[in-house]
Design a protein around this ligand. Sequence first.
Ligand code: F6P
Length: 340
Amino acid sequence: MAKPKRIGILTAGGDCPGLNAAIRGVGKTAIVKYGMEVVGISSGYLGLLENDYMPLTESSLSGILTLGGTILGTSREKPFKKTHNLVNKKPDLIKENYKTAGFDCVVCIGGNGTMKTAEQLAEKGLNVIGLPKTIDNDVWGTNQTFGFDSALHIATDAIDRLHSTANSHKRIMVIEVMGHHAGWLALYSGMAGGGDVILIPELEYDIQAVNKYLKKRAKSGKPYSIVVVAEGINKPKDISAATYIAQEIEKGVGIETRNTILGYIQRGGSPTPLDRLLASSYGAYAVDLIAQEKFGQMVMREGDTIGAIPLSEVGGKLRLVPPDHHLLEKARGLGVCLGK
Ligand code: F6P
């Protein structure tokens, strides 16, 4: 009888709803389908540096499907990051700890930075599988990361709520959603929430054109306007996107304007059913890859099909909103202002 495989799981980078569903998908599939041993690694890659582990069993994995956050904890530890002029011993320490722990593979659940580190560990000879997660939906190589759908629901609900207060006060309301590099969350929630102006990092905007559009709306008798901006749009460094845009609008349009920064609320709470399904499917597929000893892969989705691509092709690359994305064309057709 071959010795059962012993796999580690870590969650790294910004947290999001669905992480525990993914942990459960990996862990339960490994135990139930393949009789593997499963070990939780604390706080992302930091846990590998500090040998900070916890056994995961069917009972410890029970009841976490709907739980927000991650039972393993997370960190933004980047073990390959250059540290001044000192020799960086972290990658070798991780390799040594990986061997001492007797891991056959480590499932790395995270965003761009996590996938980049996973690829670098694979190059050092570790068996790793990446699972793409982030509310930003900007991991290259998959058409959706889990966490995005849950954040989309939260952001859309917030935008829905702004309509009534904007209407009561005849105001312009500016809401900032997350998305450091990519505008997926702003574009999707802006369209789903009936935003009049949607600004994303991928598209340059002209605040004069935005103000002209808002003035025209007011002149046509529209009682209020909703402006949705991604946190990563072009703006002065020392001010948030929402505050900056709200100030510029109030100054330029002359209508009372308020702003809301949704922030970390988009990263909290229970995952939506779709995120539970996506995270569980990614996790289960990762274990099938491990059973087939197909390492160095990132699990992904193309259309409705779950598959895998080499981490060497992903390597922390960003998936940005392309200028010809169909939603942009539809937004323009609906009369939404995208900044120009
Ligand atoms: O990567 C997801 C994300 O939520 C971004 O949208 C946001 O800019 C960033 O993480 C915030 O990072 P932190 O949680 O380290 O403050």
